[in-house]
Design a protein around this ligand. Structure first.
Ligand code: SF4
Length: 98
């Protein structure tokens, strides 16, 4: 059986908390090779591609669309993430079954 992830994500609903980001990246150290190395891990690991490196080398991340898998927390929770928590009640991804 073949699963089209893009198709599945296309019908996934999110209630984004615009007032309170549940994941925040550290600002300091972004110009260091260590930060870059950590960020590159997240570019590869995030299943919904929320971590991106722009053509000019700058970083892009938007917590809207997060499926709360926790991969970025496991990989970089003690390095370049300043905050990772589940969205407050009623916010975040709306899980579906099937
Ligand atoms: S928790 Fe998962 S889906 Fe959300 S930003 Fe981190 S890696 Fe991506």
């Amino acid at each position: 059986m073949k699963v089209n992830v893009e198709e599945k994500l296309g019908v996934t609903k999110f209630n984004v908390d615009e007032e309170n980001a549940h994941i925040v990246l550290k600002k300091e150290g972004q110009d260091t090779p260590e930060y870059r190395k950590e960020f590159e891990k997240l570019v590869i690991a995030c299943p919904v591609n929320l971590y991106k490196i722009n053509d000019d080398g700058s970083y892009r991340f938007d917590y809207a669309g997060c499926v709360e898998c926790g991969a970025c927390r496991v990989l970089c929770g003690h390095t370049i993430l300043e905050k990772w928590e589940y969205p407050k009640g009623t916010f975040g991804v709306e899980f579906r079954y099937g």
